[in-house]
Design a protein. Structure first.
Length: 247
């Protein structure tokens, strides 16, 4: 692949995503609720509204047996799960729009006439999606993590246990959305398929977080998400061609 071609396509894709109000509105609203509003609300509830009445160590779940403080349950289990959910939802619609919507507008034929490969086109699209995801999602995560550090609820070791699962979820969602966008015939079908795939992944993530003990729980969930992403990406690469892309 040629960096210059990808750079030119990336500029086009970023401007195109920026002009779509629906994609930007969805990309901004969902992360606000899942990555900012819900964590802050839970933090207030656990900090002020008597969370001490709940003893997570009494729950017969292997991965949670080492957690004795309800606030640590929030940091080690609930927050990683919320960040994974946000990471799964954030790039899914944007990826689908970047690939399927352009195909529905029949504007992909213009790209065929350019001296670029389908790999360069898809690479530019995925990089633009990751840029939008980072610009929207990371500020929310930074605020929540900063609050945890300032309030003394967690130390600096919590940063990778929250950021790594989020990054793995974004990678997983982008790879799955790429595969489904190449397989789906229209925008609605791609979104429906994406939603159907996200639910089992959330269940797998929650199960991994609940069963893996200690600090390894967040990294175990991240490895699982990256394995799913690798499978989806390998499957997508088998379908990558201009003929398949234009169908």
């Amino acid at each position: 692949m040629r960096p210059q071609a990808i750079g030119a396509l990336l500029w086009k894709e970023t401007r195109q995503l920026g002009r779509n109000r629906m994609a930007l509105l969805t990309a901004a609203l969902l992360p606000f609720v899942i990555l900012f509003f819900a964590p802050i609300q839970l933090l207030i509830q656990f900090k002020i509204a008597g969370a001490k009445a709940f003893d997570p160590s009494a729950v017969p779940i292997p991965g949670l047996s080492d957690i004795g403080d309800p606030l640590q349950l929030l940091v080690r289990f609930i927050y990683p799960l919320l960040f994974v959910i946000g990471g799964l939802l954030l790039p899914s619609l944007t990826t689908t729009y970047a690939i399927v919507a352009e195909r529905e507008r029949r504007s992909l034929e213009l790209l065929v006439s350019l001296p670029v490969s389908v790999g360069e086109i898809l690479t530019a699209k995925l990089i633009s999606v990751l840029i939008v995801t980072a610009l929207v999602g990371l500020p929310y995560l930074a605020i929540v993590i900063t609050l945890l550090l300032v309030l003394g609820i967690a130390d600096a070791t919590v940063i990778p246990t929250l950021l790594v699962p989020f990054a793995a979820a974004v990678t997983c969602s982008t790879a799955i959305s790429l595969l489904l966008a190449l397989l789906a015939r229209d925008f609605r079908t791609a979104n429906n398929l994406s939603g159907a795939f996200i639910v089992p992944i959330i269940l797998l993530t929650s199960g991994t977080l609940a069963l893996v003990p200690g600090p390894a729980r967040a990294y175990g969930a991240s490895v699982m998400l990256l394995l799913v992403a690798a499978i989806a990406l390998l499957a997508a690469l088998r379908w990558v061609s201009f003929e398949r892309y234009l169908e």
